[in-house]
Design a protein around this ligand. Structure first.
Ligand SMILES: C[S@@+](CC[C@H](N)C(=O)[O-])C[C@H]1O[C@@H](n2cnc3c(N)ncnc32)[C@H](O)[C@@H]1O
Length: 413
């Protein structure tokens, strides 16, 4: 017979889980997400379950199963590795008319657990005869919902307002799941020059795409026009996605856009993104911190040079520190920056990495020193967008890439 599909609302209801191994470790967090009161019975449990018990999120009886353990339960999960114990649990649950899952024997289970998952507010559960097939279908559906390929945008309750979305440093795979979901729901998308533009190809034909990088006037003026466009489209009842590069609140003027929306009475949400300040160095194997090498990192915008009256950066402090420096918008002003850091105490042979077009197919990395970085950038013709990393962590990247070469050589014979 085909099963009858339901969504169990477990809030405040007792669920008894017998067994504390890998299956229980997967089931218990999902039961807690549904609000269940979990009683776990097992002499030993996996570390993640022990943590949940220590945090009083579940009650753990550290012993074997005993008759009577299922009393008061709405649902019982028998997931020990002993079929006899699982069978005894199932018999007890059946006798008291409580639904039960036997992890070791689907045929003897009163309930089957579907392959399930969630994309934003959509829950997906798939049951087929074959758990692997179910999981594959579940993944395909979730991917479709997240990318917008499976969208009920016109059928669902309308989402208004503005979402300021951090798109990550450029690789379309580095946007968050929530960012992609909201992008797929948008009626209008305002995008930046450094946002992951390849995601725009996935949008439906009727989505209006506005290239904010092409809005005329000077920098400050352009921002006012962007703010005005966000507000006016939202006021017209459209759901507006503002797709930005990296994280919206890291040198991204995201908070200005939030304030402009709120001042106009428009509901606004922010989706954090992978900032280029950390993601781009990582894409070139540069860790911004490393035990015993760098205990701190400083992220600095060099959109104005040291010495410029608009600069608020304390270069003396940065020159005197041994922490990693991550410099954004620094390519054109790198000579002045290097001079300043040398003046305040950094060594001329401090390693420097310059990573242009990070995470994109055109990514380029050069390694240099503080003394030579300006001429190396000129020689190599490095152009923005680029991140400059100053500090000994750059040597860790060199060590990693050397080992990768070695491992690759071994594997390819
Ligand atoms: C106006 S800031 C925006 C930063 C962004 N909000 C973030 O969190 O990554 C622009 C600067 O970010 C850096 N940047 C952004 N994307 C980059 C990429 N893919 N590769 C290298 N640098 C990048 C460059 O220094 C660029 O000049």
């Amino acid at each position: 017979m085909d099963p009858y599909l339901l969504g169990l609302r477990l809030e405040g209801r007792r669920v008894v889980v017998v067994g504390g191994g890998a299956v229980a470790s997967r089931r218990v967090p999902a039961l807690l997400d549904a609000g269940a009161e979990v009683l776990l019975v097992s002499p030993k449990v996996a570390a993640s379950l022990e943590d949940l018990a220590a945090a009083a999120r579940i009650r753990w009886e550290a012993r074997g199963y005993r008759p009577g353990d299922c009393a008061g339960a709405w649902l019982v999960c028998a997931c020990t590795d002993d079929p006899e114990v699982n069978a005894a649990v199932a018999v007890a649950a059946e006798a008291q008319r409580t639904w039960y899952v036997r992890a070791d024997d689907a045929g003897a289970s009163a309930v089957w657990t579907p392959a399930s998952g969630q994309a934003a507010d959509v829950r997906v559960a798939v049951l087929s005869g074959d758990p692997r097939h179910s999981a594959g279908l579940r993944d395909a559906i979730l991917d479709g919902v997240r990318s917008g390929a499976l969208s009920a945008r016109h059928g669902r309750g309308h989402r208004g307002g503005v979402a300021i979305i951090g798109g990550g440093p450029g690789d379309p795979g580095l946007i968050t799941v929530r960012g992609r979901q909201l992008l797929a729901e948008a009626d209008v998308v305002l995008t930046d020059r450094l946002a992951p533009r390849s995601l725009l190809d996935e949008l439906r034909d009727d989505v209006e795409i506005i290239d904010a990088g092409k809005i005329p006037y000077g920098r400050a003026m352009a921002q006012e026009h962007i703010n005005a466009a966000l507000v006016s489209h939202a006021q017209a009842g459209r759901f507006v996605a503002r797709l930005k590069g990296g994280d919206p609140f890291v040198f991204g003027r995201g908070a200005e856009e939030v304030l402009a929306c709120l001042r106009a009475g428009i509901p606004v949400t922010v989706v954090p993104g992978v900032t280029s300040a950390v993601g781009v160095p990582a894409s070139a194997w540069v860790p911004v911190t490393h035990r015993g090498v760098a205990q701190e990192f400083h992220v600095v915008s060099v959109h104005v040079a040291p010495g410029d009256e608009r600069s608020t950066v304390n270069w003396e402090l940065l020159g005197g520190s041994s922490g990693t420096l991550v410099l954004l918008m620094a390519v054109e002003r790198i000579g002045a920056v290097a001079d300043e850091l040398l003046r305040y105490g950094r060594s001329p042979d401090t390693p420097v990495s310059v990573i242009a077009d990070g995470t994109l197919p055109t990514q380029r990395t050069i390694k240099s020193t503080l003394e030579q970085v300006e001429s190396r950038i000129a020689e190599e013709g490095i152009r923005p967008p680029a991140i400059v990393v100053v500090g000994n962590v750059v040597n860790v990247a060199a060590e990693i890439t050397e080992l990768i070469r070695h491992v690759t050589a071994l594997r390819t014979g």
